[in-house]
Ligand binder design. Structure first.
Ligand code: AKG
Ligand code: MN
Length: 203
């Protein structure tokens, strides 16, 4: 019965091989999602994200923030962030994501895309700071955006729309075998917030 309910919520695996991606759809009501969107815009310590690409420091238009159980360090795109302590709303959302996914998380990376002009290029979330093959829980608020996966070897692509208040879980060997991206689009003019709950390998 449990298994049946899980299947009902999360649907089938969206990947044909080499990983597991489950889309739960909208897990928050419109009202709750609107409320979280507004609160997160106001209470998160948003900073323009930085990256070092070909030895040059780039400041992205997108904003980001990093929170966790303690001051975990997370290095991606050659820049290290130190986690801030959880806000009450992040802890609330984390609890719901953990209940839905039957997974646990100790940290969260947040991204704020001001419009469809801002996106994220092909990458996988497999940095050495993260627990290998641990689940990543992705919650979206605000503008609906397309999200895509591409197999590293076969180049097969799979895409879906991430709705306001929705949950996507990536687990198993997804990060080893697949890239993902948030393509830029001229069709979206409004902001979107994405939260990816992660597991830092706490040494
Ligand atoms: O904005 C998204 O949906 C994905 C963000 C992402 O892939 C990341 O933060 O690593
Ligand atoms: Mn990612």
């Amino acid at each position: 019965m449990e298994l049946f309910n899980f299947e009902m919520d999360s649907g089938r695996n969206l990947l044909p091989q080499d990983g597991i991606v489950n889309y739960f759809g909208r897990i928050f009501s419109e009202e709750k999602a609107n409320n979280y969107y507004k609160i997160l815009l106001r209470t998160i310590d948003w900073k323009n994200d930085e990256a070092i690409i070909f030895g040059k420091k780039i400041i992205t238009k997108r904003k980001a923030a990093w929170y966790g159980d303690r001051d975990f360090e997370y290095t991606y795109s050659k820049v290290t962030k130190k986690a801030l302590p959880w806000t009450p709303e992040l802890l609330e959302i984390k609890k719901i994501v953990e209940e839905k996914s039957c997974e646990t998380f100790n940290s969260c990376l947040l991204n704020l895309y001001h419009s469809g002009e801002e996106g994220m290029a092909w990458h996988s979330d497999a940095e050495k700071d993260l627990k290998k093959n641990a689940a990543i829980g992705s919650v979206s608020f605000g503008a609906e955006r397309k999200f895509a996966f591409k197999h590293k070897k076969t180049k097969e692509t799979i895409s879906l729309n991430l709705e306001h208040g929705s949950l996507l879980i990536m687990t198993g060997t997804t990060q080893t075998h697949w890239l993902h991206r948030l393509p830029p689009t001229t069709k979206v003019q409004t902001p979107r917030i994405n939260l990816t709950f992660r597991s830092i390998d706490a040494k």
